[in-house]
Ligand binder design. Structure first.
Ligand code: ZN
Ligand code: ZN
Length: 115
């Protein structure tokens, strides 16, 4: 599995019981920064396909302005936060969106491509 997009730490797959619906939901947990990736919809997926999805979706393309590595980050605003992608080189190059982690990564990757 690919490492955590925030800290580069090792991630692991966990299962939990969603009490509201009684369904078992799987999610990915970072063992280093303890970030939980539960916005990815893993319901009713096999562990193999979850790992496949994770590896495919979590890739954050390099910054389109300077080519430096970019990472997914939460941007805090009071008690709530939005997800954004930030350039690790300058921090000036970033995009913040209101969507889920998955949507933010998709949007960033889509803009980087821009063809
Ligand atoms: Zn982490
Ligand atoms: Zn940049």
């Amino acid at each position: 599995m690919r490492p955590c997009p925030f800290c580069g730490g090792k991630v692991e797959l966990r299962d939990k019981l969603d009490k509201g619906y009684g369904d078992e939901t799987s999610f990915i947990h970072c063992t280093k920064c303890h970030m939980w990736f539960e916005k990815f919809d893993y319901r009713a997926m096999s562990h193999e396909s979850i790992i496949e999805e994770w590896n495919r979706r979590i890739e954050v393309k390099p910054c389109p302005f300077c080519g430096a590595k970019a990472t997914l980050q939460p941007f805090y605003c009071g008690l709530s936060y939005n997800w954004g992608v930030v350039c690790t080189e300058t921090f000036a190059h970033h995009m913040t969106f209101g969507g889920t982690q998955e949507e933010v990564i998709k949007e960033w990757n889509r803009r980087v491509k821009d063809d």
